[in-house]
Design a protein around this ligand. Structure first.
Ligand code: MG
Length: 215
């Protein structure tokens, strides 16, 4: 990560501590040779700075999926609502902030915003991916759909990154932890842990010790 982008991460709203962002960046630089990078949950572009700079470094691209209407916890009256992220008719809209972040970072060539529900895109996706970062809605339905929709699109050896994994229920919600456990049961192998970030590798074909149940 160059200094200019690191400074920009400090000015960008989001929920990804720097140590986790840098771990994600390093994993993406390695996995980027296997295929494009994809994240679910763009918000204002903080994680896209780390992943987009990795895409630039290895000549790849980041697809950043978000409906940009905010997760449950971003809605008015909820714990993580930001009144600055409201459109002219009072709805949450994080797309303008996301585009400003990517423009300021000069990463527009390497970061492709996909404004949609992730499950819709997953159904029509065909390209094997080097890295998938799941950081979308935190309801069980959203986490399940993101895992079911995207884990199987990883290239063999590709990295599945999951954010907000808290083994202790007192530290945070269950759904990301539940899909992390499911990934392990499906044969993914843990590569690294940084804060609440888990980095798992999809086994190369024929080398899994467990039967593959990846959708
Ligand atoms: Mg998160």
């Amino acid at each position: 990560m160059d200094e200019r982008l690191l400074r920009l991460t400090e000015q960008t709203p989001g929920f990804l501590p720097a140590a986790e962002g840098l771990a994600l960046h390093r994993a993406a630089v390695t996995a980027g040779s296997l295929g494009p990078l994809l994240e679910i949950g763009s918000y204002c572009g903080l994680s896209a700075l780390y992943l987009g700079s990795a895409a630039r470094a290895v000549g790849s691209v980041l697809f950043s999926i978000d409906h940009h209407r905010g997760s449950e916890e971003h809605q008015p009256g909820e714990a993580y609502h930001d009144p600055q992220l409201i459109d002219a008719v009072g709805r949450v809209d994080t797309l303008p902030a996301f585009r400003r972040t990517i423009e300021r970072a000069q990463l527009e060539q390497w970061v492709v915003p996909v404004v949609a529900a992730s499950a819709v895109v997953a159904r029509h996706w065909r390209t094997p991916l080097g890295l998938v970062f799941i950081d979308g809605g935190h309801s069980q339905d959203s986490a399940d759909a993101d895992y079911a929709g995207w884990a199987g699109h990883l290239a063999p050896g590709g990295v599945l990154a999951i954010h907000d994994v808290f083994p202790n229920p007192d530290d945070g919600g269950r759904p990301p932890y539940v899909i992390y456990e499911r990934a392990l049961a499906d044969g993914f192998v843990e590569q690294a842990v940084e804060g609440s970030l888990r980095l798992l590798r999809r086994p190369a074909r024929g080398r899994s010790r467990r039967p593959q149940r990846i959708p």
